[in-house]
Write a protein that binds this ligand. Structure first.
Ligand SMILES: Nc1ncnc2c1ncn2[C@@H]1O[C@H](COP(=O)(O)OP(=O)(O)OP(=O)(O)O)[C@@H](O)[C@H]1O
Length: 222
């Protein structure tokens, strides 16, 4: 497949469970499993990313990544607050307080170890870590999966704010109704069995006569 994630835009990546969304996120952030066979190339600002050393340099400051399991973004032995402060010292960007507020992460949890968080809390902590350095590319894997409705809406608004400030946002999600409610998304990519089967604006895809794509717009068959 071939596609672009433009700066200043929110691109949503959708597809049925197991179709390869998280693998694609891993490919775009240089974090594929060691056993993966790789073909193709990722271009960042038109330049190919060549090796693991470069991926390590890019991750954090240039490429922010919210993994599907937020807890994997943290060192298990150190409280989240210390880890966010270390990120701020290393990369600059937003203050810890601003990143936490944007991610809807409660400041009173900062002193807790990663494992002492609920799944929704650690997901928001990992989002704070991903957006704090103000990356050029932000890849978020199901950022609202464990969140209540109001918090999920606020997180989508924050991702839109990141894009409006210039970040290229790629959001893996099943949360189509909220995206459409808020008009958050500029572009949508639909994946099926590892292939890109449809791409376009929400308006153009909403009326596409394709049962697979329509299933995401009307999950209850309405
Ligand atoms: N570490 C791994 N080694 C080998 N295969 C893997 C590994 N992780 C995932 N896969 C396989 O890659 C395929 C795509 O998985 P992926 O996690 O990208 O799906 P997904 O679209 O993100 O699904 P979901 O919506 O359920 O999170 C699946 O068939 C899965 O079994």
């Amino acid at each position: 497949m071939s596609f672009a994630v433009p700066e200043g835009r929110v691109t949503a990546l959708l597809g049925e469970s197991g179709c390869g969304k998280s693998m694609l996120a891993a490919a775009l952030t240089g974090s594929l499993p060691a056993s993966a066979q790789r073909t193709g190339v990722v271009l960042l600002d038109g330049e190919p990313v060549v090796d693991q050393r470069e991926w390590r340099r890019l991750r954090g400051k240039t490429i922010g990544f919210l993994p599907q399991e937020g807890v994997t973004a943290f060192d298990p032995g150190t409280d989240v607050g210390s880890q966010l402060r270390a990120l701020r010292e290393r990369h600059g960007g937003w203050s810890v307080e601003k990143a936490c507020a944007a991610a809807q992460y409660p400041a009173e949890a900062l002193s807790l170890l990663p494992e002492q968080h609920s799944s929704g809390q650690i997901q928001r902590a990992a989002l704070a870590a991903a957006i704090l350095p103000i990356p050029k590319l932000l890849v978020v894997d199901e950022p609202t999966a464990s969140l209540d409705t109001a918090t999920a809406y606020a997180v989508w608004e924050s991702l839109r704010t990141c894009a409006d400030a210039g970040t290229a946002v790629l959001a893996i999600t099943h949360d189509v109704p909220k995206l459409l409610d808020l008009a958050i998304v500029d572009h949508m990519l639909f994946l099926r069995d590892g292939d890109l089967v449809a791409a376009g604006s929400p308006g153009s895809l909403r009326t596409l006569p394709d049962l697979y794509v329509q299933g995401f717009f009307s999950p209850l068959g309405t």
